[in-house]
Each structure stands twice: as C-alpha cells, then as structure tokens.
Design a protein. Structure first.
Length: 87
C-alpha cells in the first residue's frame, strides 16, 4: 500500500506529512479527521485500478495517434523527426 499515493488522490487538499512509508509516520495536519490505516487499505485497490486505467488511457491515445498517422501515410519516425522528438 502506498500511503502517499492514496492521500494525494483521495484526500486532495488535506495537509499531512509522511515520515517513511508506514502509517505510523503519518502526521495529519488538517482539521478533518485523520483516516485510519484500515480506511486507507480499503481504498488502495481502487487507487491502483485508477492508476492502471490512466496508464492504459495514455497507451490508447498513443496507439490511436499512431493509427491516424499511418492512415495519413506517415510513419511514427517521420513525425518524430519533423517535431524533433526522440525515438
């Protein structure tokens, strides 16, 4: 479980510090109630699923762009050279 990732995604706007990677190192600075370790563990799977979906969406966008370039008769390499992108 990545506590910092969970807090960044599920408790955006809350103030906290994390010393290390364990719940014991979490200092809650916001006026709201500090989430329990069990509450964080409960949402970890959904946070991981969100991250995976975001990564897949980036792959899908890239694949779509490549498909459109091919449909126009261009290669990915030609576009990279034209825009100064690395391979």
């Amino acid at each position: 479980m990545n506590i910092a990732t969970i807090l960044s995604r599920r408790y955006a706007g809350s103030l906290w510090t994390l010393n290390g990677d364990d719940y014991v190192g979490l200092t809650w600075l916001s006026d709201t109630a500090k989430p329990t370790e069990a509450a964080l563990a409960k949402v970890w799977a959904s946070v991981q699923a969100e991250i995976a979906a975001e990564q897949q969406a980036r792959v899908d966008v890239k694949d779509s762009a490549i498909g459109k370039l091919k449909a126009l008769g261009l290669t990915v390499e030609e576009v990279q050279v034209a825009f100064g992108l690395s391979a």
